[in-house]
Design a protein around this ligand. Sequence first.
Ligand code: BES
Ligand code: ZN
Ligand code: ZN
Length: 481
Amino acid sequence: MQVTWKKIDPKDYTDEILAVALLQGEKLPFPEITKTIRKESFEGKTDQTYTLDTLGKFPFKKLFLFGWGDKKDFHTDLIRRFAGVAIRYAVKLKSDRIGLVLPSMSSANTAQSLTEGAVLANYSCTKFKSKKEDVFEVKEAHILTKENVQDAVAHAAILANAQNYVRDINENPANIATPQMLAEEAKKLARQNGLGITILEKSDLKKMKMNAILAVNQGSDVPPVLVVLEYNKHKKNLPLYAVVGKGITFDSGGISLKPAKGMQEMKYDKTGAVTVLGIAKAVSELQLPIRLIAAFAATENLPSGSAQKPGDIITAYNGKTIEVLNTDAEGRLILADTLAYVAEQKPEAIIDLATLTGAIIVSLGRHRIGCFSNDDKLANVLFAAGEETFERVWRMPLDQEYIEMNKGAFADISNIGSEKGEAGSITAAAFLREFIGDCKWAHLDIAGVDHIADSHGYLGKGASGIGVRLVTNALEKLAKK
Ligand code: BES
Ligand code: ZN
Ligand code: ZN
């Protein structure tokens, strides 16, 4: 979809639908229509909608109203939701073009949120449906304001398109999205965006003693990969940052098998890896003044005669020994080798994204991402980025006592901190900490937000792509420091 700024008066808008968002009690910019709307029908309450045929009074045919509720409860995500709901209305009417108006505010920030909401709501995954006749996408959204917001629109379109790119790859189930397929997607991105790329195949991982990745892969019939993308690789004067993702293309639990109910959702256990691709796409298209390493290991986690077994002891890439007490705690194993490998480059900071624990959903539900960090500044930047993008994070503790919980009986560490699952997401984060050397680091447990179960304002059911706008925004902030 093309989003463009138009400096025209809303009353002169000539395409079919004009959508207007109003705070509670706020007056429409068209006095001639205001009288015809009964107060009971539209008061501007939060999420209230109203549509009206303009019956030839205006060049546009339909007026779509969206309520923002009381001014004191206003937050910028309501702007994304307005754009999202308006776009869905245009989709329902099969209308190619729509105008969006915010009478009470007009700035670069609001244009950014409008663009994000519109582009995100216009996406739906239809590639696995054989009947295509119901598929419709809006072609153009016009933002009507006096102020020139063209740059904000272009910036937001890059971010939202990168998020849709993640949703589209992540929606592929495990029979299609194999580790090899993720490597192919990374190659395609590297070619299109001029990134450096290194792909370590199974034989390379063996030579390099990446035994934790190999151990998880043991039960699978398809080989693992470790992919490293590099943006601005040769611009050594720019500060280096790294993002790392968990790429389990299917998590059955392995020998510590998961229950059957809901297991299909474990096709989304590659979300961290795919999100890292989206971040590399956004950062390179925004041309941020940093160097970036975007890395992920990918493998299936399956049970078989060759699968790793509870009690197995392995030596990770950094030399630490791990007792695998539960083969379903596999994400931290593949991340261990990937983080240790990336930490060798000594980046200013490493941010990892992983659908790491069910426990984070118990703690935070599906509204906030768990953030764990050894650096207050980095944690604060991520918090601020979360509030702006509405991909909100909440910092969790990482005290010494939690680190002690992973102490192994037979090896240096165990891959679970407690048989009872106590502090499950914290001990998982504490495990990762063993593999980052002296780097500043933040771990984002995105298990609660990887997919949307019931569609909301601007994201439909399915892979959410949450994390791309968050981490890219954080990197933009770090680049400015
Ligand atoms: N991929 C799962 C975590 C997960 C659970 C993501 C639910 C999304 C929704 C992870 O590999 C896992 O299985 N973790 C275990 C850890 C346990 C064995 C210590 C868990 O959370 O139960
Ligand atoms: Zn698991
Ligand atoms: Zn997993």
